[in-house]
Design a protein around this ligand. Structure first.
Ligand code: 3PG
Length: 306
């Protein structure tokens, strides 16, 4: 059996070594396709793979058609909006993610960007502090919980909204549950977006929500660009000169925003929330173990396309 690790944005070398030990230790062959620039390279590499480990790499119907032996795709990470689940199910391919394995790394970057925004992108002028400020967390999943923990360390007042999470889970962690997304944005100077991109969330962060934020609002996006209504964001930044937007996911209008609102907008050059040695090792080796568990024993605990 052959397992392909296809990562346009590679894991750290030590993480790849950990993956190799697990895959080869199970008696399987490991193939590596890193930094590929052309989809055809993926189509060729996946042709004889039984298992596939990816990050944000796109696995669509064409890839699944090309992968004649494929039985499992593991997205080493949280969001699996890059995999066509319907097509995978039709191709009898199990799709899994590795929830929680990179969430601390993403949460830490959210704070890196919050501090940067509060200190005027480190331009030397007087900024403001996080301590004592209100932090709203949109979705209380694994990343959201890490954002809450770190925010409390900064001395922030933390609130969260999540229709899929019981309020008791928030209260146990000293996080105040709020009922609606509108309430979260209106009540928090800092808002951290930690929702997946789904039909329900795409373009849901709109002009009304963003402009409802309190004075000196800082909106932090370490989730997906698709959840932002880009035109609404641009209008909000134009109408409210005190608002700031910092993001690990580059929007379609990023260049225009950077030009129009200098010092108030920031994008990482490439999505790097999960790009730490620890997160690479955690997510990569979890993906390798899950792949072996499935190919060898049929275990599909983390399956997302049931
Ligand atoms: C995730 O969904 O796990 C994060 O967005 C990280 O994505 P990446 O593996 O492409 O860095």
């Amino acid at each position: 059996m052959k397992v392909l690790v296809a990562t346009e944005k590679p894991f750290a070398a030590a993480a790849v070594q950990g993956i190799r030990e697990i895959i080869e230790g199970a008696g399987y062959e490991l193939a590596l396709l890193e930094k590929y620039t052309d989809k055809q390279q993926l189509l060729d590499a996946v042709a004889d793979a039984d298992g596939l480990i990816i990050r944000s790499d796109i696995v669509d119907n064409q890839v699944l058609d090309a992968a004649k032996n494929l039985k499992i795709v593991v997205r080493a990470g949280a969001g699996y909006d890059n995999v066509d689940l319907t097509s995978a199910t039709a191709h009898n391919v199990c799709v899994e993610n590795t929830p929680g394995q990179n969430s601390n790394a993403v949460a830490e970057l959210a704070f890196g960007m919050m501090v940067m925004a509060a200190r005027n992108m480190y331009d030397g002028k007087s900024g403001f502090e996080l301590k004592g400020k209100h932090l709203g967390i949109q979705a209380f999943g694994q990343v959201g919980r890490n954002v809450a923990r770190i925010g409390q360390g900064f001395g922030m007042e933390v609130e969260a909204v999540d229709p899929y999470c019981p309020e008791t889970a928030m209260v146990e962690l000293n996080v105040k549950p709020v009922k609606t997304v509108a309430e979260l944005y209106a009540g928090n100077q800092f808002v951290s977006i930690n929702i997946p991109a789904t039909p329900e969330t795409i373009k849901s962060i709109n002009y009304e929500l963003i402009t409802s934020m309190p004075k000196n609002g800082v909106l932090v996006n370490t989730a997906r660009k698709e959840v932002i209504d880009e035109e609404g964001l641009e209008r909000a930044l134009a109408d409210r000169s005190d608002l700031r937007y910092v993001s690990d996911v580059r929007s379609g209008n990023a260049d225009a925003l950077l030009e129009k609102f200098p010092g108030r907008v920031f994008f990482t050059p490439k999505k790097m929330g999960a790009q730490t040695a620890e997160a690479n090792a955690n997510a990569g080796t979890a993906a390798a173990r899950q792949t072996v568990d499935f190919l060898r024993d049929g275990i599909d605990k983390f399956r997302v396309n049931r």
